[in-house]
Design a protein around this ligand. Structure first.
Ligand SMILES: [Zn+2]
Length: 182
């Protein structure tokens, strides 16, 4: 397989991960999506959902790992590639190593908490007994825009909520006090 073929395949599955991220966004979650592929077949998918599932570990990667392991009835996902729209955090890199994922492909970087190239380079650590090959920057701009659009919309919503209080001339406390007077 040429590098060009591989890049086309990477983009195909990253597009699916972006779709999944959009599903999370519909639920009010930060949009991150993940897909696990083995022999050109999707064996697990997931999107970020810690809020809606009341689960601090429910990052897209972990949700996809659980789905894939359940599907193949094996906690080792050998010869599999995990695609994720955002550079994984420390927890997710650990989970990828436990699952023996062969290759990681991510979209955009996570400057604040990324554990692959941004804040740390965990995949290069010599103390792990498993090596994962890595490719970043696949459809990075699309992944980045999906996230920045989400955060911009959220900021605007918060601002509007604040303005509606201010335009009311009365603070939320005063309003609730009045209700109590009735
Ligand atoms: Zn994570």
């Amino acid at each position: 397989m040429t590098d060009l073929d591989l890049y086309a395949i990477d983009k195909k599955y990253m597009r699916r991960a972006i779709e999944l991220a959009g599903q999370g966004e519909q639920l009010g979650e930060i949009p991150v999506g993940a897909v696990i592929v083995c022999d050109d077949i999707i064996i697990g998918e997931g999107f970020n959902q810690p809020i809606s599932s009341h689960d601090p570990t429910a990052h897209a990667e972990v949700v996809a790992l659980r789905a894939a392991a359940e599907r193949i009835q094996n906690y080792r996902l050998v010869d599999s590639t995990l695609y994720v729209t955002l550079e994984p955090c420390t927890m997710c890199v650990g989970a990828l190593i436990h699952a023996r994922i062969a290759r990681l492909v991510f979209g955009t970087t996570e400057p604040k908490a990324g554990a692959v190239v941004s804040q740390s380079a965990l995949l290069d650590s010599s103390y792990f007994n498993h090596r994962i090959s890595m490719q970043g920057g696949v459809l990075a701009e699309t992944c980045q825009h999906q996230l920045s659009d989400f955060f911009r919309r959220r900021r605007e919503e918060l601002k509007q909520q604040k303005n509606s209080y201010l335009n009311n001339d009365e603070s939320p406390d005063e309003i609730s006090n009045k209700k109590n007077d009735r």
